[in-house]
Design a protein around this ligand. Structure first.
Ligand SMILES: O=C[C@H](O)[C@H](O)[C@H](O)COP(=O)(O)O
Length: 219
């Protein structure tokens, strides 16, 4: 099975976890695109959705789903999203699609985070995937120096402006052995909007697609 087929597989498996008639938190990315299509193709009715990006909003609306403003919703039973990496504790790196800030905001509204991914995303230690950090542009050089002190090599993602009008630094060569402490520390650096480590908003469960089908990891 190739990567596209694995995405279809986990997207399909996620349907069984969607509470009937709920307002659902919806993430961003190619796996979530498959999930949105699977929802619609299977005629799944929702009271509404809260979306984590302009990209997902457009796709949800095109498939007939109502997208609510996050500020009008107090809680969501479930948030479904992909990841760039996930470890055996449910901690993740996210933001490969530059949507990390809104993803963390919507995840924060939700009782549970369900991660959908293919098994290549499962890692022992976070950091092989360059860590996305959404930043205020004037802090780019300053923050790059801070990451260098941690052994990281920060590269400004060229030609990308986030949905929030900010920029992304991709930080290479990190080994994030303590995701909670790392997230807390980097979040405090002036100029950081959001760090792409999801430790405080980790997954409760992950549906992982592989050659043998979908396995469910609970954290
Ligand atoms: O900003 C993008 C998100 O964090 C995505 O959820 C992540 O990059 C995974 O995307 P994909 O499903 O395309 O691998």
């Amino acid at each position: 099975m190739d990567a596209a087929q694995l995405k279809q597989l986990v997207a399909q498996a996620a349907l069984a976890h969607v509470p009937a008639g709920a307002i659902l938190g919806v993430g961003t990315g190619s796996t979530v695109d498959c999930f949105i299509d699977a929802l619609a193709d299977n005629g799944m009715a929702l009271a509404g959705t809260v979306s984590s990006s302009e990209r997902s909003t457009a796709r949800l609306r095109a498939r007939g789903y109502t997208v609510l403003d996050a500020s009008t919703v107090e809680r969501l039973p479930l948030y479904i999203d992909g990841a760039d990496e996930i470890d055996y504790d449910g901690y993740m790196i996210k933001g490969g699609g530059a949507a990390l800030t809104r993803e963390k905001i919507v995840a924060d509204l939700a009782d549970e985070f369900l991660c959908i991914a293919d098994e290549s995303k499962l890692v022992t230690t976070l950091g092989r995937f360059p860590l996305p950090v959404e930043i205020i542009p004037m802090a780019a050089a300053q923050l790059s120096r801070r990451f260098a002190l941690l052994g990281g090599r920060a590269v400004l993602r060229q030609g990308v402006v986030t949905d929030n009008g900010c920029q992304i630094l991709d930080v290479h060569d990190l080994a994030i052995t303590e995701p909670l402490a790392f997230e807390t520390e980097v979040n405090q650096w002036p100029g950081v909007v959001t760090v792409g480590v999801f430790a405080r908003h980790k997954a409760k469960r992950c549906l992982l697609g592989g050659a043998d089908g979908v396995r469910s990891l609970n954290f």
